[in-house]
Design a protein around this ligand. Structure first.
Ligand code: SIN
Length: 320
């Protein structure tokens, strides 16, 4: 009988287990990301890096809510030239690193991808979905044609696996995922945050300087899980689940919905760094108790039952 292993290969990125941090949550300093890895993650994801240093929005940029968090950082980052050195440091520490990045135009996306590839990242995550900035391309993930164009331009600049991170704030995420795949995406990350707003009743004004922000945490999970479900049916490439993962049960739900790996974001604030190891250990126990030896055996398992349930529901639905 083969031995149980949590190791996965997601589009060429080999990880000791399928648990990563979500881009942005823990910033981008190499010692912090090394701590994520030492706490049990299979790989780390940097905050998104752009072509030039950027301060982002003024405070307040984050609101804690009972159901999660709302953020509008505005993509603050030190720029790709500076951050390339930080990636080299992470690599010297032996940390499998996914470099998240963005640009304001097709050329900028391609240029940043080239720099981060040169720095030795193991994979790139193309952030097509930040809801908090107004770039030349707008919110890239809302335009399938632009997603295809940008992904293809990035793929021309790198041999690394490219994960394209999509937005749940679109009518049809399947069409955008197909466009990314058509452009050469090696995997799809689903999904970024949900557009939301919080209002201060005392001051009678929006809390965030940017007015709107991205909702993450428990409230985002059912939406992101639905995105993973739909995207995994629409494309052949692997899907990475992101949105409200806090426990091993959440991670298993994402695998069953079709994700090959998961990213943990807001939960780090509530549970601390140990959340990565806890999720990996819980997943291992679940696999042992249910007779699975490889993570891939769990991926997408809920779809067959979902198809049966759906066709029964369709037959029973009342028509007038
Ligand atoms: C931000 O920096 O405003 C958030 C980044 C993102 O959601 O992609």
């Amino acid at each position: 009988m083969s031995k149980l292993s949590l190791a996965v290969d997601v589009a060429g990125l080999r990880m000791r287990n399928p648990v990563m941090n979500a881009a942005g949550v823990l910033g981008m300093s190499p010692p912090i990301l090394k701590r994520v890895y030492d706490s049990g993650a299979g790989a780390v994801v940097t905050k998104s890096v752009g072509p030039a240093p950027r301060t982002g929005h003024g405070n307040p940029t984050l609101v804690q809510l009972s159901c999660g968090a709302l953020n509008a950082m505005g993509l603050p980052n030190p720029g790709a030239d500076y951050y390339a050195d930080e990636i080299r440091k992470l690599k010297r520490m032996g940390v499998p690193t996914v470099a998240s990045f963005f640009g304001g135009s097709v050329q900028e996306f391609a240029e940043v991808a080239r720099k981060l590839t040169g720095a030795g990242a193991d994979a790139l995550e193309l952030n097509a979905s930040c809801p908090n900035v107004a770039e030349e391309l707008g919110m890239l993930a809302s335009d399938a044609c632009n997603v295809e164009k940008v992904t293809a331009a990035v793929k021309d600049e790198t041999d690394l696996p490219v994960f394209v991170k999509l937005s749940p704030n679109v009518t049809d995420i399947k069409a955008v995922a197909r466009a990314a795949e058509q452009g050469g995406a090696d995997a799809i990350t689903a999904a970024n945050t949900l557009l939301g707003i919080a209002i201060d009743v005392g001051f009678r004004r929006p809390v965030l300087t940017n007015v709107t922000g991205g909702l993450s945490g428990p409230a985002a999970k059912p939406v992101a899980l639905r995105c993973v479900w739909e995207v995994s049916q629409a494309v052949e490439v692997p899907v990475i689940g992101c949105g409200g993962v806090a426990t091993w049960e959440d991670a298993v739900e994402y695998l069953l919905a079709g994700a090959s790996a998961v990213q943990v974001g807001t939960a780090v604030t509530a549970h601390g760094f140990k959340v990565f190891g806890d999720i990996a250990e819980g997943l291992e126990r679940y696999m042992a108790e249910n007779g699975f030896t490889r993570v891939e055996e769990v991926v997408g398992l809920a779809h067959e039952a979902g198809r049966d349930q759906k066709s029964k529901a369709d037959k029973c639905s009342i028509r007038v």
